[in-house]
Design a protein around this ligand. Structure first.
Ligand SMILES: [Zn+2]
Ligand SMILES: [Zn+2]
Length: 338
């Protein structure tokens, strides 16, 4: 079997890898229907996050169950399933609290850019679709594995409610799906911060009512101006830099909420500034497993179409071009078909 392996900065190869098999009785083996490149894959791809050795890549996946271990009860061969990027038992106290990405037994799924994938803790991790989906639903179902679930968590963590005024920092796939999530929850006004025309267009399609192109101090000033000097009720921080985090904190009204889902790189917060900002801050790796049943349902009934974030579709063996296109911002998100 061949799959994506990162050898060093900008050196992504599609090469021979060991065929996955059932190792533990709680494992499932999937034949991948579609996988994709994540914004977070670009951190090691760009060399910002160091890798110690050649590293198989990919953590967003959906596909057909081929085989299960002897202890697997709820997942069956032939089912079309979607799972989170963190495998979880869904039985421990953290899973019960809805934080499956902090599961006491969690395992990162890291080899999904390949035709065959081993998923640990299959019963707790995978959720089956009602049946094998028509092909046009596959991209949207794939987004539930991470990017859509992450946008949804950002909106949930930021406390978005019907009628809320929401600002979204970041126009990558997660930010755009944060817009869609806020819209679905019923936000009254959604301000998307974006400088790129194609992304602004998609943000509007997903429900953005206003676009702010300014960043930093000017971006904060613009949000204040649009909210009569008050600030947004909820802000979704979908980037993970010092600038984006501060932009989020300063754009939020006192008593408002921030959902932060951009993996922080070099972010440092000033305690005193945070103290006087009066904001609720909640984020982390999105517990997408919590939202899977609800989001599968919304996609299945064609109420949401998050698969629109894929603006580049490639055969899996061209995965390297998929990374390049995202790295150079020629593509928002690349879908890969084995
Ligand atoms: Zn991801
Ligand atoms: Zn758990």
């Amino acid at each position: 079997m061949r799959g994506a392996v990162l050898h060093g900065p900008k050196d992504l190869r599609f090469e021979e890898r060991e065929m996955p098999s059932v190792i533990k009785p709680t494992d499932a083996i999937l034949r991948i229907s579609a996988t994709c490149v994540c914004g977070s894959d670009l951190w090691p791809y760009r060399g910002i996050q160091k890798i110690a050795q050649p590293t198989p890549m990919g953590h967003e996946y959906c596909g057909i169950v081929e085989k299960v271990g002897s202890a697997v009860r709820t997942v069956k061969p032939g089912q079309f399933v979607i799972g989170s990027f963190f495998a979880s038992d869904n039985t421990c106290p953290h899973c019960h609290a809805g934080y499956q990405t902090s599961c006491q037994q969690r395992e990162f799924v890291t080899t999904a850019q390949a035709p065959i994938l081993r998923v640990p803790l299959a019963d707790g991790t995978l959720v089956a679709a009602p049946e094998v989906p028509p092909d046009d639903l596959v991209p949207s179902l794939l987004t539930l594995s991470d990017v859509m679930g992450t946008g949804w968590f950002a909106a949930d963590a930021a406390g978005v409610k019907p009628g809320s005024t929401v600002a979204v920092v970041g126009d990558g796939a997660v930010g755009l799906l944060g817009v869609l999530s806020a819209k679905q929850i019923g936000a009254g006004r959604i301000i998307a911060m974006s400088r790129h025309e194609s992304r602004q267009k998609l943000a509007k399609e997903f429900g953005a009512t206003d676009i702010v192109t300014e960043r930093g101090d000017d971006g904060v000033a613009r949000i204040k101006e649009l909210t009569k000097g008050i600030g947004a009720d909820s802000v979704l921080e979908c980037v993970g830099t010092q600038e984006s985090m501060m932009q989020a904190i300063r754009s939020t009204r006192p008593g408002g909420g921030i959902g932060y889902v951009g993996v922080p790189h070099g972010v440092e917060l000033d305690g005193e500034q945070l103290f006087f900002s009066h904001v609720h801050l909640h984020g982390g790796p999105a517990p997408v497993r919590r939202y899977l049943p609800e989001l599968i349902n919304l996609v299945w009934e064609r109420k949401i179409n998050p698969g629109k974030v894929f603006d580049l579709v490639l055969p899996l063996d061209q995965v390297a071009e998929g990374y390049r296109a995202m790295d150079e911002r020629r593509a928002i998100k690349t879908l890969l078909r084995p």
